[in-house]
Write a protein that binds this ligand. Sequence first.
Ligand code: ASP
Length: 343
Amino acid sequence: MKRTHLLIIASLSLVLVANSTGTKGQQSASPGSPGSRDFVLLVHGGAGDYSQMSQEQIAIRRAAMTNAMGAGYNVLAHAGTSLDAVEATIRVLEDSGAFDAGRGAYYTRDGIPELDSAIMDGRTLSAGAVAAVRHIANPISLARLVMEKTPHVLLVGDGAEQFAKSQGIELVSPYYFFNEREWKRYQDLKTADAKGKSALLIQNDVHGTVGAVALDQAGNLAAGTSTGGTTLKMPGRVGDSPLIGAGTYANNDSCAISATGIGEFFIRNVVAADICARVRYLHVSLEEAANDVVMKELVAQHGDGGIIGLDHQGHIAMIFNTNGMMRGVVGTDGTMTIKVSKE
Ligand code: ASP
C-alpha cells in the first residue's frame, strides 16, 4: 500500500447551520436578522503531498484562499445565492496564480495550459461546464454562462471559446497564463521525463485544483471546480472537474461536492454523484458516505485525492487520502479556518 494511503485524513464533521426559522426556498434578509438562516462556504485548493511545497508557496496559497473566502462570504452574508458565492470564490482563486487554475494552471505536455471547470446549482440541477479551453481567464464564469445561456451542459475547446466570444468574454493569449514557477517546474519535469524519471515526481505532486461548495441563506446548495488538470497531462485530456457527477455535483436533496485528485479515478468512480447518491438513498451521513468512497474505494484503487462536501443541513465533510489538502471553512459568524495537513 502506498505511503500516502497510510497517512490520512481529515474528516471534519461540524454541525454548523440549520436553525429552525425560515423555510427552504425562502430568501431571507441580512445575517442575524429575524428569519435569516445560517450559511456556510467550503473551499479547497488541491490535495497532495504538501511536504514537497515551500512554506513560502503555502503562505501564498493561504493568502489567496483567505481573499477568495472573503469574496464568497460577502455574497452569502448579503443573502446572495450559493451559486454566486461559488463563482465569486473561484474567480479569486483563478486570478491569484497561486493554484492549478486560471492564471496558475499547470502546463500540458505541449507547454500550453488547458483549463477545465464546472458549476452546478443544487436547487434546479442546472449545470454548466467547459473543458480544454486555452484562452479563458476565468473558466468558472464561462461554465456558468454555458449553464445559463445554452441548452447544453458541457462545451469544449474551440466551440467553448467561440461561445465565450459571443458572450463578450475576451480571449486571452496563452501568455496570460505564463507563470515563472510553473514554467520552471514544467521544464524540470520534461527533463525528468526524457530520462524516464517523471513518474515519481508526478506521483509526489501537490494538486492545485480549486473548488467551492456553499449553502446559502435560502437553503440552496451549489458546487464549482476549476483546474488546469494534472501535471504533464496530454493535450486534449479532460479530467473529472468539468464532468458533472465525477468532480462536481450539487443537489439540494442530498449534497454538494467538489473534488480534487487524479481525475481518472474520480471519473471511473463517479465520485461526487456516488457520495450524494449514498446520502440520498442509503440515508447515511455525508461524512460516512464520503469516507467510504474516498478512504475505502479510492484508496483500494490507489486513487489519490479528496473532496469537500456540504449537505442541505450544513453538515461538512472534508476528506482526503493524501497527506494534505488545502481547505477552508467560513460560516455565518465570519470566522475563517484554513488547514493544509490532517489535523
Ligand atoms: N482532478 C483534477 C484533474 O484530474 C486535478 C486535481 O485535482 O489536481 O484534472
